[in-house]
Ligand binder design. Structure first.
Ligand code: FAD
Ligand code: NAD
Length: 327
């Protein structure tokens, strides 16, 4: 039997590649340092129900992605979310409706990657520290000192700063990954026992520490006894306050929320903060994916295209396509 293909990262990029390779009859084996799949599309289970702390929704502008999202909808993995949208700018909160179709995973964002993973072999809680080349095959070393392999090819599907070290065997690819800066985002979730007296379900903000707020409970399929909200700080604010304790971040962003939302905001019954160190690439690229086909080493992720769910999915498809064309 030929050795399987290793995929490091079970975010949407890694799972997009895994699905394409599996559909082409290839064996894959996945690795992720986290306890579950999803990466930046993960949802946090909490006392206030499940909360989408990373990606809030996604749009499908590319025809191939739009087609696959329709299939996901038919299978019940995603649904349209049509929030009552607002915009906060120059101190004014105004309705800002539009025609854009926005999708969310149901009943939580991580439902998508969970469904894509299906029964594919995966190693969770396994941080890969090194990708090394043997005589004929690839091997992986993890943070516990264990080796995994042999593998015929390796796809690195992590954020660029984490991909750089894993791509050391292909200096050109490592150099490209190292050139990508990624910006942080502080995310805060809050739950209120009494619903806030506002029509806002999603709001884009300017001139604030916050760039986005969403009423998590307004998304389809979210069950919660609390009125749950997710707040995202701007990249600039997040960078300036990167090392603040979580309680202080919650306090600051609760204040910014209260200043903008246009209704009384009491102390939340429930709150948590999460720091995304590598939330989004500071600029878009047109790489599709990175490949050293002779070596059999590939990289994909949102940072190879647009820093969005759609870009990450397309990048995974591109990595798989380039690998398959060199078999
Ligand atoms: P990731 O999701 O980051 O997956 C990489 C995986 O690799 C992770 O699971 C990680 O645990 C794993 N990993 C990393 N290093 C290792 C290692 N050494 N060993 C093993 N595993 C490793 N996009 C939108 O389209 N709409 C939005 O509304 C939106 N909002 C966002 C809000 C926030 C706060 C953030 C952070 C992102 C948002 N995005 C949004 C962007 C979107 O989430 C990403 O573009 C997309 O999820 C990236 O997918 P990916 O597979 O490339 O990377
Ligand atoms: P989109 O078309 O809904 O939004 C793109 C951008 O257009 C928004 O950020 C906003 O500035 C503006 N916009 C869209 N509709 C608006 C409206 N009705 N009123 C006012 N402004 C409006 O979605 P997309 O292009 O798929 O982008 C995905 C979203 O993910 C963006 O909002 C982006 O900021 C966000 N994102 C956040 C992070 C992070 O780290 N926080 C990372 C990646 C993506």
């Amino acid at each position: 039997m030929t050795a399987p293909i290793a995929i490091i990262g079970t975010g949407i990029a890694g799972l997009s590649a895994a699905q394409a390779l599996h559909a082409a009859g290839q064996n894959v084996e996945l690795f992720d340092k986290s306890r579950g799949s999803g990466g930046r599309m993960a949802s946090k289970r909490s006392d206030a129900g499940s909360l989408d702390l990373g990606a809030q929704y996604f749009t499908a502008r590319d025809r191939r992605f739009a087609e696959v999202v329709q299939q996901w909808r038919d299978r019940g993995w995603v649904a349209e979310w049509s929030p009552s949208l607002y915009n906060f700018s120059e101190g004014r909160l105004l309705p800002s409706p539009d025609e854009q179709i926005r999708w969310v995973g149901t009943p939580r964002m991580s439902a998508i990657t969970r469904a894509l993973l299906g029964a594919l072999p995966v190693n969770f809680g396994c941080r890969i520290t090194e990708v090394f080349r043997g005589e004929r095959h690839w091997g992986l070393q993890d943070a516990e000192g264990l080796s995994h392999g042999p593998f015929s090819h390796v796809i690195v599907a992590t954020p660029a700063p984490q991909a750089t070290a894993l791509l050391a065997a292909a200096p050109k690819l490592a150099g490209a990954a190292a050139s990508v800066a990624m910006e942080p985002t502080w995310a805060v979730a809050m739950g209120f026992s009494e619903p806030l007296d506002t029509r806002v379900e999603g709001c884009f903000l300017q001139d604030s520490a916050l760039e986005w707020v969403a009423r998590n409970r307004s998304k389809p399929g979210r069950e919660s006894s609390l009125d749950t909200w997710v707040l995202h700080a701007t990249n600039t604010w997040s960078k300036q306050h990167l090392d603040l304790p979580k309680e202080t971040v919650i306090e600051h962003l609760h204040g910014a929320f209260a200043e903008t939302i246009g209704c009384a905001v009491p102390a939340p019954t429930f709150s948590l903060a999460h720091r995304w160190l590598y939330a989004r690439p500071s600029q878009a690229h047109q790489w599709g994916a990175l490949a050293d086909a002779d070596l059999g080493l590939y990289a994909c992720g949102d940072w190879c295209l647009s820093g969005r769910v759609e870009g990450a999915w397309l990048s995974g498809q591109e990595a798989a396509r380039r690998l398959l064309e060199h078999l």
